[in-house]
Design a protein around this ligand. Sequence first.
Ligand code: 5RP
Length: 253
Amino acid sequence: MSNSLSPADIAKRAAAARALEMVEDGMTLGLGTGSTAAWFVRLLSERMKSEGLEVVGVATSSTTSWLAEELGVPLKSLEASDRIDLVVDGADEFDGDLNLIKGGGAALLQEKIVASAAERMVVVADPGKRVEHLGAFPLPVEVVRFGWPVTKTAVERVLADMDVDGREVTVRMSNGEPLVTDEGHHIFDLHLGRIRDPARLSVALNSLPGVVEHGLFIGMADTVVVGFENGAAEVVQRRLVPDAIELMRDEDA
Ligand code: 5RP
């Protein structure tokens, strides 16, 4: 089958296949959004059929819901889920600390809620997503429709005080109109070039009335699986800071 795939799809499939090895019978899985996460859903469905693996998915977008339903992956809502064992999702960028930019597919709000509810977040990506500093990919910010131009001005004011290389804010469009997300909001894309302090920017954006969420996922992913065009995959684990290692030793003792 791999022979008929493009090199990019071979890489995405390889990442998804390696992430699938982390799935165990009986798990509740967060199902991410985007082309790489879609590979995970396809391979999951195949494994359920071939091995009788039993899992339930919690979708992070209407697109992923439709795909899972089409492939026979059972779903439940987040409202009905008391725990999510693992979420497997894509990313637009990841840095050396496994901080992410997400939301290229406009699903960042549900993706972040599901990731924050999950025991573990595993990201599936191709090598082009690996960056030294976040920000070359425009940072998506989800905002309520009410008074959105006012919110845009407020975001621009926040950026004026941030250590970034660019400050342009654009409204994401779809068919000539501002795009409307699954939750009924609009998306701003922040063209920042390089974000020197993602944590500070995260707090500042979240403090603005009208901003619902943004696509910076800081300290949420514990693993990134990078797939390559030759079909290989590399598992990158988040480095533990010395304090966290000490804490784990104490807990183990
Ligand atoms: C959607 C996302 C996607 O996971 C991200 O855009 C990556 O997508 P792809 O795997 O197609 O490159 O955050 O909101």
